[in-house]
Design a protein around this ligand. Structure first.
Ligand SMILES: NC(=O)c1ccc[n+]([C@@H]2O[C@H](COP(=O)([O-])OP(=O)(O)OC[C@H]3O[C@@H](n4cnc5c(N)ncnc54)[C@H](OP(=O)(O)O)[C@@H]3O)[C@@H](O)[C@H]2O)c1
Length: 254
């Protein structure tokens, strides 16, 4: 299929490369930034433009891989009639692009994607379409990207997006905090790498609730108080510690 990609960030790079690898043609790359358009255009051997009004009108599918906040702006600017257009956001309803075209869809990758990645991890894709015809047309594209495809509506996709934030963004942030704490107190963060590795590897084999450990689960008040004292000058982290400990206890004692 012939594809126009709007956007040049993480998802645009990933989708562009995977689609091309699976034999689809990238007809054009569109970005507000000429240099970004050139970089991705050259990588995909595709024409590029920094003017949305120069968008190629002869593609089969238009992929809007732009920031969530830019989607309403495109809905104001872009008119594609009945051409198939899909965005890639988890937390934006499909209706947000309904003025661009009558044939809308969403191809949302439930994965953390960075353009620097050379080998892409498995990518489950949440697929949504305004009608059966759009679904039939988007499916082969989704198959080029996905390790697995799930048909969802916008409400369900938002719920998946929330769970992805919990699993990836929040977990990563806790590790960021642990690393910053190590640096502040002269500790060697690399000593924590085996426990980080073990935490994630275990989840391949066991249900997460069955492998929960730690002072909050045991209600070991003495240890928790020692930790909270260590965090006396780190207001936010102390709050996070309290909320997480409470959440662990409540979950396992409900
Ligand atoms: N990365 C992920 O892990 C991931 C996973 C699932 C879904 N998504 C979704 O996929 C979409 C793209 O994410 P991303 O990670 O690829 O973002 P990104 O790397 O930050 O790239 C965002 C792109 O949007 C463009 N943009 C931003 N504001 C714009 C505006 N006002 N008008 C036109 N273009 C604008 C940027 O252009 P410039 O280059 O000019 O700044 C850039 O090309 C988002 O909806 C995101 O929620 C991302």
């Amino acid at each position: 299929m012939d594809i126009v990609i709007v956007g040049t960030g993480n998802v645009a790079h990933c989708f562009g490369q995977l689609l091309k690898m699976h034999g689809h043609q990238i007809k054009q790359v569109v970005s507000r930034n000429k240099e970004h358009a050139r970089e991705l255009g050259e990588m995909l051997h595709a024409p590029f433009t920094d003017d949305i009004l120069d968008i190629n009108m002869e593609a089969d599918v238009y992929l809007l891989a732009v920031s969530d906040a830019a989607i309403p702006e495109l809905d104001d600017q872009l008119r594609l009639g009945k051409r198939i257009v899909a965005h890639t956001a988890g937390a934006v309803p499909m209706s947000a692009i309904s003025r661009i075209s009558t044939n809308t869809g969403v191809i949302y990758p439930l994965q953390s994607i960075r353009k620097e990645i050379k080998t892409y991890p498995p990518i489950p894709v949440m697929l949504e379409a305004a009608n059966d015809d759009v679904l039939r047309r988007l499916q082969p594209l989704a198959q080029s990207i996905a390790s697995r495809i799930e048909i969802t509506d916008s409400a369900q996709r938002l719920r998946y997006h929330l769970t992805a934030v919990l699993c990836n963004n929040f977990t990563n942030h806790l590790i960021v905090q642990a690393k910053a704490y190590c640096e502040k107190h002269g500790l060697d963060f690399t000593l924590l790498q085996p426990i980080i590795h073990e935490t994630f590897e275990r989840l391949e084999k066991y249900a997460p609730e069955s492998v929960q450990t730690g002072p909050a689960l045991r209600q070991d008040e003495a240890t928790m108080n020692k930790h909270l004292e260590l965090l006396a000058n780190e207001e936010y982290l102390q709050l996070v510690y309290r909320v997480m400990s409470d959440s662990i206890y409540q979950f396992h004692n409900k």
